[in-house]
Design a protein around this ligand. Structure first.
Ligand SMILES: Cc1cc2nc3c(=O)[nH]c(=O)nc-3n(C[C@H](O)[C@H](O)[C@H](O)COP(=O)(O)OP(=O)(O)OC[C@H]3O[C@@H](n4cnc5c(N)ncnc54)[C@H](O)[C@@H]3O)c2cc1C
Length: 442
């Protein structure tokens, strides 16, 4: 250890929702936490639609009122399909737990800054413009090397390292633990619009999902009047692009007349369009003796049910307990670690079953004609609210729903076979996009 090396109990890589939540919880316990963020808050991030299950987490963290101030109330979700002549509105209040009846749409730059500053207020040492470059583990902890924006190197000795680096998957990549998700593959194209048409009253903040030929769109109204629009499309479609991103995005929107109608008076903010690809992956494990991975640093599947921020924050609550136990009573963590590994897979797995089928015509019919025998709709709404970790008794009803799905698929063999073949073609790996994370502004 050189004289320039600093020490801490826990070093957190990345100050997004997962990292900031874990840092706040551990600092609150009086531990010396250092959180390094390569960017400077407020910084752009996609992922603006939150779930009702986020609210109890904000409350426990002590930021509920701050988040409410920046949020557009979101009471439900709307589905619009090109093959149906009606649209469907589902409210979270129709879910199993009627008290989980709303969430918020937020600008991530605002939300992530609130969480990051809150971690500092709880006592974490937070450093922006500081990119972690290397982590070397030994029996007592880890040596973490980072570099500041001006090129100055910094080194820490940490007893424990939390990787919350998001899609950069810092540790998973270096430990060769990152795996492509063979069951899913998609890309996204997105931007912000001014003057998009909105519903009235309680409907104003609803998220809308529009299916179209190459995937689906999100429509997320934000509190300042801006609306976030994104097309989640199969890789072959984004690969077919031969024009600038903004033109390609406009052409894509034109393929969905119902969305086009809502955007007829709208303009793209700053003419800025972003694209991102190949974001479905997992890791072979989520923890080691001296580290764990949280949120997107461990896995990410797909944005369709807006589960990313919730799962990231939930993993931070679970992870903070594990870190505290490892620091205080190292001999007793085996069972906790097993539970953490199980928990990190549980949420993504439950959402995945629906994610993999959301463009299937049978599943689309389920969303477009929601019925509630044996409380299946209440259970589905509970899942869409993120109410999966609270012992809410939805699982028998979800099993019924899944059985109904297989029965309907079996009754329509031709349609099911065609949909299966189409999906296999759609998720095939076409290699990285040129530039992978592309942002274009004219
Ligand atoms: C197209 C798309 C749409 C989405 N829509 C939604 C949505 O509507 N709702 C939702 O809940 N989720 C959505 N998500 C998912 C959501 O964005 C993520 O799940 C969520 O941000 C995960 O939080 P995190 O803290 O794990 O990672 P992040 O939020 O990505 O934070 C990681 C942080 O680590 C920093 N970092 C990375 N590497 C280093 C390093 N070496 N050193 C220091 N700092 C580093 C980064 O700068 C970043 O600030 C979407 C995702 C995509 C791809």
């Amino acid at each position: 250890m050189t004289s320039n090396t600093q020490t801490c109990d826990v070093l957190v890589i990345g100050g997004g929702p997962a990292g900031s939540t874990a840092a706040a919880l551990l600092a609150r316990q009086g531990r010396h936490v250092v959180m390094l963020e390569k960017a400077h808050h407020p910084r752009f991030h996609i992922g603006e639609s939150l779930l009702p299950a986020n609210l109890p987490l904000f409350e426990k963290l002590g930021v509920l009122e701050q988040v409410e101030k920046i949020g557009m109330p979101k009471w439900g979700v709307e589905f619009v399909s090109p093959d149906h002549d009606h649209q469907v509105r589902l409210e979270f209040g129709e879910g199993w737990n009627k008290s989980l009846d709303r969430a918020w749409q937020v600008r991530r730059s605002d939300l992530d800054e609130i969480l990051f500053r809150h971690a500092a207020a709880e006592g974490a040492e937070t450093i922006e413009g500081c990119r972690v470059k290397a982590v070397d583990f030994d029996d007592d902890g880890a040596t973490v090397q980072a570099v500041l924006d001006d090129g100055a190197p910094r080194t820490w000795r940490a007893r424990f390292v939390i990787d919350a680096s998001g899609r950069d998957t810092f540790l998973s990549t270096r430990l060769k633990a990152k795996q492509k998700n063979d069951k899913h593959n998609s890309t996204a194209l997105f931007g912000h619009f001014a003057n998009a048409e909105r519903g009235e009253g309680k409907l104003e903040g609803n998220i809308t999902i529009f299916w179209f030929a190459h995937g689906w769109f999100w429509y997320i109204p934000l509190a300042d009047g801006t609306t976030s629009i994104g097309a989640v499309c199969w890789p072959y479609y984004l690969k077919s692009r031969t024009k600038p991103l903004a033109e390609f995005f406009a052409d894509t929107i034109a393929m969905c007349p119902a969305l086009g109608e809502r955007l007829k008076h709208a303009t793209l903010v700053d003419d800025a369009v972003y694209a991102t690809g190949n974001y479905s992956y997992t890791s072979t494990h989520a923890s080691g003796d001296r580290y764990l991975m949280l949120g997107d640093a461990f896995t990410f599947v797909d944005p369709v049910f807006s589960s990313g921020v919730y799962l990231a924050m939930h993993s931070a609550f679970e992870g903070a307990d594990l870190v505290a136990a490892r620091l205080d009573a190292p001999g007793k963590v085996a069972a906790l670690r097993k539970r953490f590994e199980r928990d990190m897979r549980f949420g993504p797995r439950e959402f995945s079953w629906f994610i993999y089928r959301v463009t299937n015509p049978t599943m689309r019919d389920f969303f477009m004609y929601p019925q509630n025998p044996l409380r299946v709709k209440e259970a589905l709404m509970a899942l869409l609210a993120g109410d999966i970790h609270n012992r809410t008794p939805i699982w028998a009803s979800l099993r019924v729903l899944k059985t109904m799905y297989y029965v309907v698929c079996g009754l329509n063999p031709r349609r099911t076979w065609d949909a299966w073949q189409r999906r296999r073609r759609n998720i095939r790996d076409l290699g990285p996009l040129v530039g992978e994370n592309i942002a274009e502004a004219r």
